[in-house]
Design a protein around this ligand. Structure first.
Ligand SMILES: C[S@@+](CC[C@H](N)C(=O)[O-])C[C@H]1O[C@@H](n2cnc3c(N)ncnc32)[C@H](O)[C@@H]1O
Length: 252
């Protein structure tokens, strides 16, 4: 996917709050072998590594564009590699992932496979957006189902693979996990106007649409812009952003 680090970073301060919450769930011990799945541009991976004394941290991402920036944050005990989180090899003391697993399908299989890569006593700590019921996402799907976009996309729309908090909790119980903690939280962002919401989704949710729309990308944005401004006419705009955080432990 054509991730754009500059566009993604436009809302970096808002995106840091869930990372801080996730970091707060990590059981800090010295000498951990850690992977940060979907590490992006690496500065948050650096914060993770700096918080874990004597750790050996790998930042993994499948976007070369994002990883180009990450190289600046590498140091002894922190490296970055190109790779797909869906085929993570064993074995880890901490599998960490902030805002990345939502890009991979089939969460029951994905999460089970990741849990299986933990060493005994290892921890998995993950944050995923669960904002797919927000009007911005509903309008993206509505626009994608209108012509000429429907034909250009061959009827395709992106549905979030993110599960309910109950489903994640059940999944981890069935896997034999310990210390199961799963919760959903609203991050109460205030953005200048609907245009800012459009910019936000342009840096994330719209990426797979842009990839498929080719020359129709600007027409799609114009159509969505009109709908978003009608749906969110106020200035500033309150943008309540739902996210799921979970932390579990593999029994020792
Ligand atoms: C929303 S960004 C989050 C980046 C970083 N974790 C942060 O919190 O700022 C999502 C990242 O996940 C990466 N990603 C998406 N699917 C992936 C996959 N299957 N394997 C590895 N990385 C993936 C993207 O390339 C992107 O850099």
């Amino acid at each position: 996917m054509p991730w754009n680090p500059d566009r993604y970073h436009k809302f970096q301060s808002q995106r840091t709050a869930p990372f801080n919450d996730l970091l707060g769930l990590v059981n800090v011990r010295p000498g951990l072998k850690v992977v940060d799945l979907g590490c992006g541009t690496g500065e948050l991976t650096r914060r993770l590594a700096d918080a874990l004394p004597d750790s050996d941290v790998l930042g993994l991402d499948k976007s070369p564009h994002m990883l180009e920036r990450a190289a600046d944050y590498a140091r002894a005990g922190l490296r970055f590699e190109l790779g797909d989180l869906a085929s993570l090899p064993a074995s880890w003391d901490l599998i960490f992932s902030n805002a990345a697993l939502q890009w991979s399908p089939d969460h029951p299989a994905l999460v089970s496979n990741l849990f299986a890569q933990l060493d005994p006593g290892g921890q998995m700590a993950v944050q995923v957006p669960s904002n797919h019921t927000h009007v911005s996402h509903r309008l993206i799907i509505e626009t994608a189902q209108e012509e000429p976009f429907r034909s250009a996309l061959d009827g395709w729309v992106r549905r979030s693979p993110v599960l309910s908090i109950e489903a994640y909790a059940q999944l981890f119980y069935d896997l034999g996990a310990e210390n199961i903690l799963v919760f959903e939280k609203i991050y109460p962002h205030v953005l200048p106007d609907a245009e800012a919401v459009l910019e936000w989704v342009s840096g994330t949710a719209l990426i797979p649409y842009f990839e498929r729309l080719g020359d129709l990308k600007d027409n799609f944005l114009a159509a969505l812009r009109g709908k978003l401004h009608s749906a969110l006419p106020s200035s500033p705009v309150f943008y309540p952003f739902r996210r799921i955080l979970f932390s579990v432990r593999n029994p020792a």
